[in-house]
Design a protein. Structure first.
Length: 276
């Protein structure tokens, strides 16, 4: 019996030695998870794209659904961070300490400033409004106006460019010459930015959203040539903060109230909550 107890003790010592000898290899493994020796965190940031809030049309949801989504983010303890912060984190590969999404609102719908903005203010959430200059009015009574946009900026929201006419210009029109196409690109990409910066008291226009999401590699390079720091699509993939910043983010369009919007939103929540 005594011999058996000694054997078990030796066996225990050998097992303990094996465990401790493996410990030095664990730390490098954990460091590799976050890419820069930092603690593991949250690396994928869905960018949510909303449009009108009247509940009519493919790209619209109701104001009640929009409010419900904002409440879900709060209840799920998911942070809402500015799009500019996602850019900065992506450029520096800085992971998040908690799940997060970014919110964008597209087009010149009156509901963007009359409905979406007040609900976002209620929850204290930042957002970027992508607007096209051809649809902005001088009188607030006629719809979205420059007074509305200036107020959004004062309230801490961001306003960025969505072209001048909100038409497709990813390829030339049939019969359009190279010179004519280039002039159209100047209006949509460059002149629109000048109009916004003039009417928004010099506010810096850094980001560009492709109208209807149509884009090509050539158009992407043309937008960067004009001096934009970021282009955004509607291709749905989340931003991965562990990957090199390439100047282009995809967004997830929340559309079709009554089931599809809820499914798309729920997928975004689950993506954001997955840590590495």
């Amino acid at each position: 019996m005594k011999l058996r107890r000694v054997s078990l003790s030796v066996l225990g010592f050998l097992l303990a030695s094996a465990v401790f000898s493996a410990l030095p290899r664990v730390a490098p493994l954990m460091e590799g998870l976050s890419g820069s020796g930092q603690s593991p965190g949250y690396s994928r940031v869905p960018i949510l794209c909303f449009h009108d809030l009247n509940g009519r049309g493919r790209y619209s949801i109701t104001s009640a659904t929009f409010r419900h989504f904002m409440k879900r983010l709060r209840d799920e303890n998911i942070a809402v961070i500015p799009l500019a912060e996602v850019v900065e984190r992506s450029q520096n590969k800085r992971l998040l300490e908690k799940p997060a999404v970014a919110i964008t609102v597209d087009d010149d719908y009156e509901g963007a400033v009359r409905i979406a903005a007040p609900i976002l203010r209620e929850f204290g959430y930042p957002a970027t409004f992508f607007v096209y200059t051809g649809g902005i009015h001088t009188d607030p009574a006629e719809g979205m106006s420059y007074d509305d946009l200036r107020r959004l900026l004062k309230e801490g929201f961001d306003v960025q460019n969505h072209s001048h006419t909100h038409t497709a210009f990813h390829v030339p029109r049939k019969g359009e010459s190279a010179a004519e196409y280039e002039q159209r690109l100047v209006v949509e990409i460059e002149d629109s930015r000048k109009i916004l910066e003039k009417n928004l008291m010099g506010h810096k226009i850094r980001f560009f959203a492709y109208p209807m999401g149509y884009h090509t590699p050539a158009l992407r390079e043309r937008v960067f040539k004009a001096g934009y720091e970021l282009v955004v699509t509607t291709d749905a993939r989340p931003v991965d903060l562990t990957r090199p910043f390439n100047g282009s983010f995809d967004r997830r369009t929340i559309e079709l109230d009554g089931g599809v919007a809820e499914l798309i939103f729920e997928q975004a929540i689950q993506i954001a909550k997955k840590a590495i």
